[in-house]
Design a protein around this ligand. Sequence first.
Ligand code: NAG
Ligand code: NAG
Ligand code: NAG
Ligand code: NAG
Length: 452
Amino acid sequence: MFLKYSAAAVAALHALALAQSVDLAGNVGPLTSIEDKKAIKTCDIADYGGKANSDISAAINDAFAACKTGGVVVIPSGNYNLENWVDLKNGKAWALQLDGIITRTGTDGGNMIFIEHSSDFELFSTTAKGAVQGHGYEFHKDGSISGPRLLRMYKVSNFSVHDIALVDSPSFHFSLDTCDNGEVYNMAIRGGQHGGLDGIDVWSERIWIHDVMVTNKDECVTVKSPAKDILVENIYCNWSGGCAMGSLGQDVNVTDITYRNIYTVGSNQMYMIKSNGGSGQVSNVVLENFIGHSNAYSMNIEQYWESMDPVDGDGVQLSNIKINNWTGTAADGMQRGPLQIKCADGAPCTGVDVTDFNMWTDKGDTQFYSCRSAYTNLRRAEPLYCMNGGESKTEYAVTTRTVTSAPTGYEAPKLADDLEEDFGFTVSIPVPAMPTSFFPGSAPIKAVAGGS
Ligand SMILES: *[C@@H]1O[C@H](CO)[C@@H](O)[C@H](O)[C@H]1NC(C)=O
Ligand SMILES: *[C@@H]1O[C@H](CO)[C@@H](O)[C@H](O)[C@H]1NC(C)=O
Ligand SMILES: *[C@@H]1O[C@H](CO)[C@@H](O)[C@H](O)[C@H]1NC(C)=O
Ligand SMILES: *[C@@H]1O[C@H](CO)[C@@H](O)[C@H](O)[C@H]1NC(C)=O
């Protein structure tokens, strides 16, 4: 159904509907510099009994106790073990300098390094060689993914995490739970090829994540509910599950999320919003400048996601989702079309505005777009990829549009570090070097530490 609007009403509608990018650069992170923290106190674990090739959990706890109200805990370069997990809480104006490599030797569940209820915090390496090695393969080869997460942050404010690697977690690599005003950058995350080994999961406010590489077979950098004001940019999903939002359940509250400059190769998807039933809302999402090569799915809104048990509710309401400037190829665009927008019939999506979506298929010379209960505010010639126009909330069944010629300008550059094959699931995974670029043609926004 087409309604007639006055020009002013159309302009007002567009102004209302326009999803805006989140801008956090320079406005989040720790409040006190490392120099100023060191001027207060330095707590080197070597002075608290920490020795190479042995368990340093007690030394970290003691160094933290001495520096938690202002100072820098230092783990110098070298190889260390972690037999017992560390729960570092109620710190203020402190930092954890990780120049060494901490290898998991304990087998408890939970979180190897847990930072909680802290503010003005920084976790970093001065060399970009600091790492946590989880040796998850020791669990995985026995068929278990229930070992510890490597790093979890809960209720941390005004912080940054940068220039470290997280490798082969038995479970998730890095979760940001109910944090605010944080910056995460220059990170390499490399896990086994299996579901349940997420890279970064974030449900927080005012978080800027940039220049991160993830290799695994599950979440690359994924937003969960509740979340607000999240900016994710320059991300290299190198044989990963891909970036996503979800899975989304009941009382979802996600708003003002921007992903831009996202490079995805050999992954399950370039971006997926996933739910099955549920309630609440997602609004004002910008997904722009995405490059993909040989991924199974590309842009995929799936509100009938079969891998998730259905949740009570008519569906999560999605509105103002801007998908702009996508290039590259899907692995097989006729098997899994590069644009699939399947919204809940009980809560049709509004304002799904797709522009400059120029993806093609590696295999064959045909691909499809499919839509269900999805509406766009864009006013131009049909068929709007496959969406219906206007702001109707009327459900409609899957409609498919077949595309038989490559969109102009679909070709996209590749990165030198693309993996030729994955790391498997049952063998030891090496600590990666920090990449020099996380998106084609872009240097990291902040120089990688150690001048490498
Ligand atoms: C975080 O920093 C801002 C200033 O940028 C400050 O207003 C706020 O109180 C800080 N939060 C905490 C928990 O220290
Ligand atoms: C959604 O989250 C925002 C904070 O980000 C909060 O102010 C608002 O009350 C929440 N809405 C609901 C319905 O929970
Ligand atoms: C589209 O994305 C590419 C990267 O894939 C970028 O180089 C280009 O500047 C973007 N175009 C616009 C108009 O922003
Ligand atoms: C991505 O793949 C390349 C191998 O081709 C590798 O050098 C790089 O370290 C990988 N990234 C990660 C985080 O594993």
